[in-house]
Write a protein that binds this ligand. Structure first.
Ligand code: ATP
Ligand code: MG
Length: 389
């Protein structure tokens, strides 16, 4: 039987973004995500978007898995398509939902008739289809209030759709509807989660990773790329930038007071990231920081880092416990990769006693003693770009 995906889209009560723009963006994102599986046709109809495969042999289950990860979808259902004929509808229901019906104890039939010319009215469709199901599976019971499975029969203009319970979508807003932001992506647990959370709010991602060869290995960089690729299953294509950070770090180590090392390094990371973000037309930065988690994430340290920021810095994990962040990391599939033990540039020269309450003037004075401008320029010049999807 021919199958389609019926998609219910997300936050439609949007200010500033109208429904049609929202839907077009969502369709574009879904098309791109399904592209490698074959061609799909998308049709807007009433409050749903229908995705139908145009090739016979598409991997439909894989298409469903991918749709589950597209932001902007509240719920969807996989529907069987049949003709506008009551006997055909009954057969289609048993054909398409027979296995599911056999695995539950209670059900009900819900009929929607957008074609009012169809000769059976909704209550008749429910009665006829319900009766047919019961005659095939006598052990089933009808429960109109709290059924385990709701069989929906939608009579539309040309076809009839039959489907079971809706599947929960990824929620959020279509990627692209909020603009682009640059994610500072380490190999840790938090930053991939931060990227996922902000893509869910409609941001396209550019990922910036700081590498410190030879202190950090190519394998560490590959791990971060793998993380970006997992996040891209949700966010769509990610522009991925690798910044050579060794020279800057060595200059900090040789010229700045040890207890300010981390904070100065974070400010310089921000400065470099801002340049790259501007080049890539980003309007904000994203980090995986969580308040109080480490010395560089106290209010004072964050204030010192933010003092260099010329665009908003989004920190979606700021109020989350590590446990909560890990729950998301597991859900989106980044946790295992994040646990792989590779060195990060942040851990290369960690001071024994970092300042948890750095004073901005002191930090600026220490920083101004070194001419970092040229080093920043060089790091930006030597940044390597690729795209991850
Ligand atoms: P994560 O788990 O995301 O690595 P963390 O708890 O280890 O975070 P830090 O190492 O202090 O915290 O880093 C804080 C944030 O700074 C990270 O979430 C990330 O956004 C950014 N960051 C840290 N190291 C790098 C790096 N090598 N490249 C890019 N961004 C980084
Ligand atoms: Mg880290």
């Amino acid at each position: 039987m021919k199958k389609v995906i019926l998609i219910k889209n997300g936050e439609l009560v949007l200010k500033g973004l109208n429904r049609s723009t929202f839907e077009d963006m969502l369709i574009k994102n879904m098309k791109r995500r399904l592209m490698s599986l074959g061609s799909f046709k998308f049709t807007k109809a009433q409050s749903t978007i229908m995705a139908e495969p145009e090739d016979e042999d598409v991997d439909f289950d894989e298409a469903v898995e991918r749709i589950k990860k597209v932001f902007g979808i509240v719920a969807f259902s996989v529907a069987g398509v049949t003709e506008k004929d009551l006997e055909k509808i009954k057969e289609a229901v048993m054909d398409f939902l027979g296995d599911e019906l056999r695995s539950v104890k209670t059900f009900k039939v819900n009929a929607k008739r957008s074609d009012k010319k169809f000769r059976y009215k909704s209550p008749e469709i429910c009665r006829e289809v319900g009766g047919y199901i019961l005659s095939n599976i006598p052990s089933l019971k009808v429960d109109v209030h709290n059924p385990e499975l709701t069989v929906t029969v939608e009579v539309r203009d040309k076809y009839v759709f039959v489907h079971g319970n809706q599947v929960k979508g990824a929620g959020g807003m279509p990627v692209g509807s909020s603009g682009r932001a640059a994610l500072l992506l380490s190999g840790g647990i938090d930053s991939p989660v931060a990227g996922y959370m902000m893509a869910k709010r409609g941001l396209v991602l550019t990922a910036i990773h700081f590498a410190a060869p030879p202190y950090t290995s190519p394998r560490a960089e590959l791990k971060v790329k793998t993380l970006a690729s997992i996040v891209s299953k949700y966010s769509g294509r990610i522009n991925f930038a690798v910044v050579p950070f060794t020279e800057i770090q060595e200059h900090i180590k040789d010229n700045c007071p040890e207890e300010l090392f981390t904070i100065i390094m974070r400010r310089l990371m921000m400065k470099v990231a801002l340049r790259i973000a501007e080049r890539d037309k980003c309007q904000a930065l994203i980090t995986g920081e969580s308040l109080g988690q480490v010395a560089s994430q106290t209010i004072g340290a964050i204030a010192c880092t933010d003092a260099v920021a010329t665009m908003p810095v989004f920190r979606p994990c700021i109020g989350m416990d590590k446990e909560e962040i890990i729950t998301v990391a597991r859900k989106i599939g980044t946790f295992e990769t994040s646990l792989e033990p590779y060195e990060d540039c942040c851990t290369v020269f960690t001071p024994k006693h970092p300042r948890t309450r750095p004073i901005l003037e002191n930090v600026e004075a220490a920083e101004n003693a070194v001419d970092f401008e040229e080093l920043i320029e060089r790091a930006v010049e030597k940044t390597r770009f690729c795209s991850v999807e």
